[in-house]
Design a protein around this ligand. Structure first.
Ligand SMILES: Nc1ncnc2c1ncn2[C@@H]1O[C@H](COP(=O)(O)OP(=O)(O)OP(=O)(O)O)[C@@H](O)[C@H]1O
Ligand SMILES: [Mg+2]
Length: 245
């Protein structure tokens, strides 16, 4: 498909969103995710409906295996559902191909994962500015220095991930997640690999940055105390929302 028809398609998706879901940053309708395994069909998510308003903070809780990470990946446009539709920011993700979804993610989405997911061969600074470099921004380095200073890592900018503690790596990941000023941040158990105290400082930083940048936050967590800091909590059980918050 050429650029013009891509743009025309994106325009139509903007119209769709405004007609069907004004004032929402995420809307999911009838989401299902099934996979075929050697034991037959496995229903990972079933009939999930969800709406998220800009600026809202939402926690997703549920037992291990209930489908939290799968749902997060779908809402963020990292994966496609088996059925249902998802709108994110100004696009219908389920109408887009992988390149289209990558563009929507690049413009609107930041991520923080339990396992940090830094690139091992890039320094802290290079990791932090990756989203800006991909977007072709010209003052990436200066912004990266400011962002790493904001997360308390100005003395670690040339370190590689293996030379950083877990907490320091997650600070770099936070810098990377917020540097492009995303409209929405998806965090999947961001303290899952950290000790209690380090996890607490990361959470404080995450909520501070979230407030400063006025970002929508979708946070997967096992921790009820952490979930209670969000405005709304939804609970998954066996791939279904049992408490819509
Ligand atoms: N690609 C896949 N193929 C087969 N099964 C899958 C696949 N992806 C996820 N699952 C299964 O779907 C279920 C939900 O997985 P998911 O990772 O979303 O759970 P979760 O709620 O995030 O769990 P945890 O709290 O342990 O991270 C699990 O039973 C998992 O094994
Ligand atoms: Mg998970």
């Amino acid at each position: 498909m050429n650029d013009t028809s891509n743009l025309a398609m994106e325009d139509r998706q903007v119209e769709n969103l405004w007609e069907e879901a004004p004032n929402l940053i995420v809307r999911a309708e009838g989401l299902g995710k099934h996979v075929t395994t050697s034991d037959g069909r496995l229903d990972i998510l079933t009939a999930v409906d969800l709406s998220i308003k800009p600026g809202e903070t939402l926690a997703i809780v549920g037992a291990s295996g209930s489908g939290k990470s799968t749902l997060l990946g779908l809402l963020a446009g990292l994966d496609l559902p088996s059925e249902g539709r998802i709108w994110l920011a100004d696009a219908c993700l389920t109408d887009l191909d992988e390149d289209g979804r990558a563009r929507v993610r690049g413009r609107n989405v930041g991520f923080v994962f339990q396992s940090f997911q830094l690139l091992p061969n890039l320094t802290a600074l290079e990791n932090a500015i990756l989203p800006l470099e991909l977007a072709g921004a010209d003052n990436a380095r200066a912004q990266g220095l400011a962002m790493l200073t904001r997360v308390g890592l100005e003395h670690r900018i040339k370190h590689y991930p293996r030379q950083l503690s877990g907490g320091e790596q997650q600070r770099v990941a936070l810098a990377r997640a917020f540097i492009g000023e995303p409209r929405i941040l998806f965090a999947d158990e961001p303290t899952g690999n950290l000790d209690q105290r380090t996890g607490q400082t990361i959470i404080e930083l995450l909520f501070e940055l979230n407030q400063e940048k006025d970002t929508t936050l979708v946070l997967v967590t096992h921790d009820p105390a952490l979930a209670s800091r969000c405005e709304r909590t939804i609970r998954l059980e066996g791939g279904r929302i049992v408490d819509p918050g």
